[in-house]
Design a protein around this ligand. Structure first.
Ligand code: CDV
Length: 316
């Protein structure tokens, strides 16, 4: 049996600082139309897709910061994307900076939504693993201030029944942490979709620049294979406001193989036909969680010896 889903991974080239949202949305709609033409059921856009990746700059003026955030989703500006999805009958995933008033205060998150082929929001995720710093770092060529501009996501790692399978989301840095994939896989995810903004140069670890693309695919392929899940990962690529970002948008099968990959650092649609049943075949064999995982044994050594427990081993 197979459950085929055709997915378009919509890599984005850079968004210039002076590019209006309406122009960015036109680019996304163009990619969406290409996908619909090619028979895609789902288009995956990147992290913070509508504006340049502003955590690369230090800003103190609240109104300047808030201009990068969406105050509602959809909004009058983003509604055309939702309308076009409904008209074409394709779903999409969109990463965006979310500003919301909750419990009497303004909160900001790095978020994404999954939208059905009817143009309605199915679910929302808020990024949990925020890299970088909560304050300005002197002497660096550019900043990485996600901890300053965003709160840690408070929605956990949910999954949704959608597109004929079970779907979860993560965002950028989440992909480097095995827990993200495992939480979603334990909740039945057969497909994980995500976007990323990854600079080639990491000011905190300058020696690793030549490995940025390798570590991207290493994380995605390991996460996909070890959890028997499809992974669609979409870059904002190219030189954006002076920051060089990796591309490498790809679709990874539950076998860990990359089945489709971008060849440019520009707007580019990468299409793959994904059989969601492949996840179930692998989960009945080598990656049968129920049969083979031994969670009750994983912590035995630290329980006996105290070695390896963050608290120093006095938990019992
Ligand atoms: N947007 C990100 O989360 N970027 C990080 C970089 C800063 C290391 C990433 O993990 O790709």
């Amino acid at each position: 049996m197979s459950r085929l889903l055709t997915i378009g991974a919509a890599q984005q080239g850079p968004v210039a600082g002076d590019m209006p949202r309406s122009a960015v949305i036109e680019r996304l709609i163009d990619l969406m139309r290409q996908g619909a033409e090619a028979g895609c059921d789902l288009i995956v856009f990147t992290e913070v897709a509508l504006v340049p990746f502003f955590p690369h700059w230090h800003m103190t003026d609240e109104s300047q910061i808030d201009a990068y955030f969406e105050h509602e989703m959809p909004s009058p500006e983003t509604q055309p994307l939702f309308d076009e999805a409904a008209r074409l009958g394709v779903g999409f995933h969109l990463g965006f900076a979310e500003l919301t008033a909750e419990e009497g205060e303004i909160r900001r998150y790095n978020s994404s939504v999954l939208v059905g082929a009817d143009g309605r929001i199915i679910g929302k995720y808020r990024k949990i693993h925020l890299p970088g710093y909560d304050r300005y770092q002197p002497g660096q060529p550019f900043q990485n201030l996600e901890k300053l501009y965003f709160r840690v996501g408070d929605l956990g790692f949910p999954t949704w029944r959608a597109f004929g399978g079970t779907v979860g989301m993560m965002i950028c840095n989440d992909r480097r942490w095995p827990e993200s994939y495992r939480m979603l896989a334990l909740r039945g995810a057969e497909l994980i979709v995500m976007g990323y903004n990854t600079p080639v140069h990491n000011p905190a670890n300058p020696a690793s620049g030549h490995l940025a693309g390798f570590h991207n695919h290493l994380s995605l392929q390991a996460g996909a294979y070890q959890n028997a899940v499809w992974v669609v990962a979409v870059a904002k690529a190219g030189v954006e406001e002076g920051v060089e970002q990796i591309g490498g948008t790809c679709v990874v099968a539950p076998t860990g193989q990359i089945v489709a990959q971008a060849t440019t650092l520009e707007d580019e649609l990468v299409i793959a036909r994904c059989d969601l049943d492949l996840t179930q075949r692998l989960r009945r064999a080598t990656l049968n969680f129920a049969a083979h995982r031994r969670i009750e044994h994983y912590d035995l050594i630290s329980r006996r010896t105290g070695f390896g427990t963050p608290e120093g081993g006095d938990e019992d």
